[in-house]
Write a protein that binds this ligand. Sequence first.
Ligand SMILES: NC(=O)c1ccc[n+]([C@@H]2O[C@H](COP(=O)([O-])OP(=O)(O)OC[C@H]3O[C@@H](n4cnc5c(N)ncnc54)[C@H](OP(=O)(O)O)[C@@H]3O)[C@@H](O)[C@H]2O)c1
Length: 432
Amino acid sequence: MAHSAGQLHIGLLGCGTIGSGVFHLIRKNAAGLADAAGREMVLARILVKELEEPRPFPVDRTRMTTDQSEVLDDEEIDIYIELMGGIDPALSYALKVLGRGKPLVTANKELIARHGRELMEAAAAGGTVIRFEAAVGGGIPLIRPMEESLGGDNVEKIMGIVNGTTNYVLTRMSAEGITYEKALSEAQKLGYAEADPTADVSAGDAASKMAILCSIAFKAGFTADQVYREGIQKVSPDDIENARELGYAVKLLAIAERDGGGVSARVHPTMVPLDHPLASITGNFNAIFVMGESVGDLMFYGQGAGSLPTATAILGDVVDISRNPGKQAAARRSYWSKPGEVKPIEDVETRFYTVLRVVDRPGVLAKIAGVFGDNSVSLESVVQKGIGDSAQIVLITHKVVERNFQSALKGLKELEVVLEIPSVIRVESGRE
Ligand SMILES: NC(=O)c1ccc[n+]([C@@H]2O[C@H](COP(=O)([O-])OP(=O)(O)OC[C@H]3O[C@@H](n4cnc5c(N)ncnc54)[C@H](OP(=O)(O)O)[C@@H]3O)[C@@H](O)[C@H]2O)c1
C-alpha cells in the first residue's frame, strides 16, 4: 500500500477479539486518533490464520493475508501490533520486526512474562521500542503511569485484582452463596470465562501479569514462573461466609512487595478487610493498588479485558510511539537484563485464616494452641462453632513466616483430635 508522509502504516498480527476491536476503533475514531498521533492511522496489512474465520467486528478483507512474509517484510509498515497470543510464532515474529527496527505494540502477557528480557534486548539492539500497556489490566492505563509518572518514586508494594474471570466467580459466590463450580459455569455461559478456564482459575494468567508489574516496579527481569501461585478452585461458600462474619472479602490478589533485600511476588486467594478499596471491586473489573514511597497510595480501576477496552490501550501505545519518536531511544528498559530475585514463599510473612474440623470435647483447643505455640504462631482470633459430634474452629493468625505456619499445619494434622483442615487462606490488611 502506497505511503504518504501524513500516514502511520500499521501491520496487524492477529485479528480476533482484540485485533478486530483495533480495526473497529481505527475506523470509528479516525479523526481523533489522527489528532492524537499526529498522523492518519492506516491498517495496511493484517495477518490471520484463516481468512474465512468470523470476526467480532467487520474487517476489510482486502488487507488480510495468511502469508506472514507479506506483513513482516512490508517496507511500508511503520509499526506492528501483535495480537495473536501465545509464544509460537508470536515470539519469532516479534523478534523479527524489532530486529528490523520497527516499534511493536502487544497485549501478549505470556510473551512479555516469559521472554521479556529477549524482547527488551532485541528492541534496544534494533534501536526501537516494544510497548505492552494492554498486557496488564486490559484498558486500564497502568504500565505507562508506572514507568513514567512514577519514574521519580520507588514502588514499595503492588496489590491488585488482575483477573476479571476469577473476580467475577468470587463475586457471584459471595452474592449468591453458590459454589465455585456453579459460578464458573455461569461465567462461561456469559462469555466471562473461556471454555478451558485453567489459566484464569489456577492463577497462571495473573502470575504472568504480576511478573510484568514486578519487572517495571522493581527494575529487573521477573518471569511468570518466579511468581508463587494458588488458584481459587478450593475457595468454598463457607469460606466466603466466614470471611464476611470476620469482616473480610475473599479476592484473588496479586501481591508484590520489596521485602528486605528482595521482592516477594505471589498470587493467591486472599481475605481483604471489607473497608479496603479492593474488597468493593465486583464482577469482572480489575483494580490495582500501587504504594509508592513518596507518592503514597494510588489505585487504578477499570475493564481489565474485552475487545474495545483492550483495543483502546493498544491504540494508546500506538499514539505514544507516533507522537514521541525520540522517547523510543530512552525507553530501553535495560534493567530487564538483570534477573529479578524473588524471596521463596517459605520466607514470606503473612496472616492466615484456617478452618479446623475437630472432635468436640474438652481440652481440644489447648492441644491446638500448643501446636501453634510450638511453631511460634500466635493467634489473633479464634471462633468455635459446634456441628454435631465435631466442631469447627475458625481462626486467624498474627503475621507469621510461612515455613512456621506450614510446620504448625503438619503438627495439627498429626493430632488425633483434628479431623480435617478444609481451608487455609492468607489474610492481608493492605497496610502491613
Ligand atoms: N481477549 C481479551 O479480553 C484480552 C485482554 C487483554 C489481552 N489479551 C491478549 O491479546 C492477545 C489476543 O487475544 P484475542 O482474545 O484477540 O485472541 P483471539 O481472539 O484468539 O485472536 C487471535 C488472532 O490471531 C490469529 N492467529 C493466531 N495464530 C496465528 C498464526 N500462527 N498465524 C497467523 N495468525 C494467527 C487468529 O487468526 P484467525 O482469526 O484466522 O484464527 C486470530 O485472528 C492475546 O495475547 C491475549 O492474551 C486479550
